[in-house]
Write a protein that binds this ligand. Structure first.
Ligand code: AMP
Ligand code: TRP
Length: 334
């Protein structure tokens, strides 16, 4: 029996991923790659919707790929590749853009937020069509499930609408994918501002745990994390967002249940608890960081792995795109 197909991706928007990317995305991807025929891309074309220094974008793309592998995505098991290495993404995005309503794209809340924040002059057409490119990513691979954060749900809904619209007009061509939305327990907040989601683009560095940082630095950040004055290690998202966030990180990295961690630290202070968590974080990050840096030490080998995975992706993508071109009436080159 063939495995159902899974697609997900991340933008190469920073030198290092943060612990939210690790817990909310990579750890889940790593587990899902066993039961699914999984495709994971580094979506560099999407990253062009923000200003980038060319040399830095190249570096971030390699670094993001290296961190996927270091975190346990196996390039022999899953197809792990760079989006721009498979031209069919941009090609299908064009076709899908002709099926997308102007108003429909304008209703995407991420576009509305970003265009409002940056202003009209800094808002590109690429930012507007970003979700259409994402739909192309997903539909090219006849995807069954798309694991993403809550903020991407609307884009997967658009993807489903476009697939159904195309299938309705031209005959069944695309599988209609299902979003799999990350649970609340996998959402990580900023250590200094525990009601804001931890983000690669956070204003201050003090609340962000970077996968590729010196682990001693991450341990210090854990020790300085914002808590409260109650002094008891107890999960209460509303009244104790700082401690609750640390408990979620602890549980996610150890695979333990929150109540068992609360029991362990009952009657002990936050200092002990943070010390315990700092050890957990260092133990988890150390091997991932070492492996990622090893991979980055040999960029030629990393590039070869990415190239062979791109070839595997391309074979699937070309088949879908050829079918799409035939169905909409583009003349085949003889
Ligand atoms: P981003 O860094 O926003 O491009 O997100 C890439 C992936 O990491 C998405 O699947 C997000 O849902 C996940 N992610 C990012 N930040 C967090 C966070 N603070 N907590 C949990 N998951 C996150
Ligand atoms: N837009 C997604 C994000 O910012 C990244 C992404 C691009 C993606 N293409 C995708 C995620 C396809 C899942 C499937 O997180």
């Amino acid at each position: 029996m063939t495995k159902p197909r899974l697609y997900s991706g991340m933008q190469p928007s920073a030198d290092s991923l943060q612990i939210g990317n690790y817990i909310g995305a990579l750890m889940q991807w790593r587990d899902l790659q066993e039961a699914y025929d999984a495709f994971f891309s580094v979506v560099d074309l999407h990253a062009l919707t923000q200003p980038n220094d060319p040399a830095e974008l190249r570096e971030k793309t390699r670094r993001t790929a290296a961190q996927y592998i270091a975190a346990g995505i196996e390039p022999s098991k899953s197809t792990l590749y760079v989006q721009s290495h498979v031209p069919a993404h941009a090609e299908l995005a064009w076709v899908l853009s002709t099926l997308t309503g102007f108003g429909e794209a304008g209703r995407m809340t991420q576009f509305k937020d970003k265009s409002q924040r940056y202003g009209q002059d800094a808002t590109s057409v690429g930012l507007f069509t970003y979700p259409v490119l994402m739909a192309a990513d997903i539909l090219l691979y006849q995807t069954d499930i798309v694991p993403v954060g809550d903020d991407q749900k609307q884009h997967v809904e658009l993807t489903r609408d476009l697939a159904e619209r195309f299938n309705g007009r031209y005959g069944t061509t695309f599988r209609v994918p299902m979003p799999v939305i990350q649970q609340d327990t996998a959402r990580i907040y900023d250590l200094q501002n525990p009601t804001a989601k931890m983000s690669k683009s956070a204003e201050s560095d003090a609340g962000v745990l970077w996968l590729l940082d010196d682990p001693a630095k991450s341990a210090k950040k854990v020790m300085r994390a914002v808590t409260d004055s109650e002094g008891s290690v107890r999960y209460d998202r509303e009244n104790k967002p700082g401690v609750s966030n640390l408990l979620v990180i602890y549980a996610a990295l150890t695979g333990r249940q929150i109540p068992s961690i609360e029991d362990e630290y009952a009657g002990r202070g936050y200092g002990d608890f943070k010390k315990g968590l700092a050890d957990v974080v260092v133990n988890e990050f150390e091997p991932v960081r070492t492996r990622a840096l090893e991979l980055l030490d040999d960029p030629a080998e990393l590039d070869r792995v990415l190239a062979s995975n791109a070839a595997r992706a391309e074979a699937v993508a070309r088949t879908t795109l050829g079918d799409v071109y035939d169905r909409i009436g583009l003349l085949r080159r003889a």
